[in-house]
Design a protein around this ligand. Structure first.
Ligand SMILES: Nc1nc2c(c(=O)[nH]1)N[C@H]1C(S)=C(S)[C@@H](COP(=O)(O)OP(=O)(O)OC[C@H]3O[C@@H](n4cnc5c(N)ncnc54)[C@H](O)[C@@H]3O)O[C@H]1N2
Ligand code: MOO
Length: 473
């Protein structure tokens, strides 16, 4: 995302906003309150810790998970290694232009016609032949009509922008550059630098000026954007050959989850059912199924075997609690675990498995920010390869404030972009969404932490850049 320029007076006027965003590392952070309601252990964001949480004991399940960058690379590579296309993407399909937005071309866009396909008037005015003054024909030439008879030297005909110019036209005289006298003869006015002459070819768009039939207009791998759709239509296309959207299914696990109303009796609202489908769509997936599965291994097994999506995303059940069924179910399915735990906080129990040929499961931890971390770490690169989408341009910005690091693991920390700096946001505990809900990006904080001014790699949230794949419908 292009960093925003600070608006005049933003610092002073935005204090309320900043307050609401609850920026980290200043005197307001609960961690620094005199009450000392919590202290961070080992600087890590672990388990249920966070400003209002109880620090969890330092007993991670996946202490030695895959390095964060390596896990992303594994997810990106996974579809390339077994079967399918060399690039790892799904089998291309031909779709109407109206369905191609946001998809990737698997065939170059070759012009099916010259553009323009005929010599065209670039302006409203007169098509003229030879030097003026000119005798003006009775009937004019409009766009979309067939060509008129050739002009003879000294003849002119009224013409509209985009109309075919008659044969033997030497130039187009713009309507504001000509006037007709009492006898109906057309003169170039002094508005043109050289009255009575118009330069040869002036305001004519010659056939083939933009391209010739057979020219390559765009290469394989081009993302279909609105102008690509327009270009394709202009060049004669009704359909495009593209990589389809990967089909994604979401299974939200947990008996404790409510679909509506207020939390009660130890039950909590399902935050991931509403969050994941639009986020996956923004990452280019076609979400074909969103289901809830109780804490029951057979139910999960049944849901996975019945599902035909290219990528299944589960939430919860990745740890080693009594009802954490993801690992046992994967074993039962004979799945190949490609990533089993990642050295990242939050989200370290995340996993990636191949559950069948060309079918993948991304297991997101149940803590909501941990699930987001798994989404950007594993689902994003996997979907990108399946859809043959280009990798986003990496960028860095200096952090405004220091961020505590985990001793061994990378941290992903929600940040708001303010001018040319990234402001780390508070409420970034694994079970919290308050920080990410106000964020523009996630900052990658290396093990050990970052000082103010540290140039942090930033992962834009898909909607922050107004990207082509953003689709909330
Ligand atoms: N002994 C240990 N326990 C845990 C460790 C550990 O290292 N040792 N790691 C913790 C970490 S870190 C995470 S993350 C979680 C991962 O747990 P699961 O993936 O098995 O998820 P659950 O246990 O099902 O849920 C965790 C937490 O999240 C809540 N949750 C689940 N789904 C949703 C949802 N859709 N919307 C909102 N909240 C949800 C759930 O109620 C739990 O509070 O394991 C830790 N344990
Ligand atoms: O730190 Mo866990 O991985 O809550 O996400």
């Amino acid at each position: 995302m292009t960093p925003r320029t600070p608006r005049a007076g933003e610092d002073a006027d935005d204090l309320d906003v900043e307050e609401a965003l609850a920026l980290v590392n200043d005197a307001r952070t609960p961690a620094n309150r005199p009450s000392g309601d919590r202290t961070r252990r080992n600087g890590g964001s672990h388990g249920n810790d966070g400003p209002h949480g109880v620090p969890a004991p330092e007993a991670p399940l996946h202490r030695d998970g895959t390095d964060w960058a390596e896990a992303r690379a594994t997810a990106e590579r996974a579809p390339r290694l077994r079967g399918g296309h060399r690039g790892g993407h799904l089998t291309p399909v031909s779709v109407p232009l109206s369905s191609a937005l946001g998809l990737t071309l698997t065939a170059p866009l070759i012009a099916l016609t010259d553009l323009p396909s005929f010599d065209t008037s670039a302006m409203d005015g007169w098509a003229v032949s030879g030097p003026g003054p000119w005798n003006v024909r009775e009937e004019g030439v409009l766009a979309g009509h067939t060509a008129h008879a050739p002009l003879t030297d000294g003849e002119a005909v009224r013409i509209a922008t985009g109309a075919r110019i008659p044969p033997d036209t030497t130039a187009v005289l713009r309507s504001e550059h000509g006037r007709t006298d009492d006898s109906g003869r057309l003169h170039a006015t002094a508005a043109t630098r050289a009255p009575h002459t118009v330069s040869h070819g002036q305001d004519i768009r010659p056939r083939g000026q933009e391209c010739r039939n057979g020219d390559q207009l765009l290469p394989v791998g081009t993302l279909v954007t609105p102008p690509v759709l327009g270009m394709a239509a202009a060049a004669g296309y009704d359909t495009l050959t593209v990589v389809p959207r990967p089909r994604a299914a979401v299974f939200v696990l947990g008996d404790e989850l409510l679909g509506e109303g207020l939390p009660h009796d130890g039950l909590i609202r399902d935050a991931l059912g509403p969050l994941l489908p639009p986020w996956l769509r923004a990452l280019g997936a076609d979400v074909v199924n969103v289901g809830r599965v109780g804490d029951d291994e057979d139910a999960l097994h049944q849901a996975l075997t019945a599902c035909e999506a290219d990528i299944v995303v589960t939430t919860g059940g990745t740890a080693a609690g009594p009802v954490d069924h993801v690992h046992p179910t994967l074993r039962r399915l004979g799945a190949e675990l490609l990533v089993d735990g990642v050295a990242v906080r939050p989200g370290h129990p995340m996993l990636l498995a191949r559950i069948a040929e060309k079918r993948y499961l991304v297991g997101l931890p149940g803590n909501p920010l941990a699930a987001v971390s798994g989404l950007v770490t594993l689902a994003e690169p996997l979907l990108r390869t399946l859809a043959a989408r280009p990798a986003p341009e990496g960028y860095t910005l200096p952090l405004r404030d220091a961020v505590q690091g985990h001793p061994h693991d990378t941290r992903l920390v929600p940040v708001a972009l303010r001018g040319d700096r990234a402001l780390p946001l508070l409420y970034n505990g694994p079970a919290m969404l308050r920080g990410i809900a106000a964020a523009d990006a996630l900052a990658v904080v290396p093990p050990g932490g970052a000082k103010p001014g540290y140039e942090a790699e930033l992962l834009d949230l898909p909607w922050a850049s107004g990207g082509i794949g953003v689709c909330f419908t």
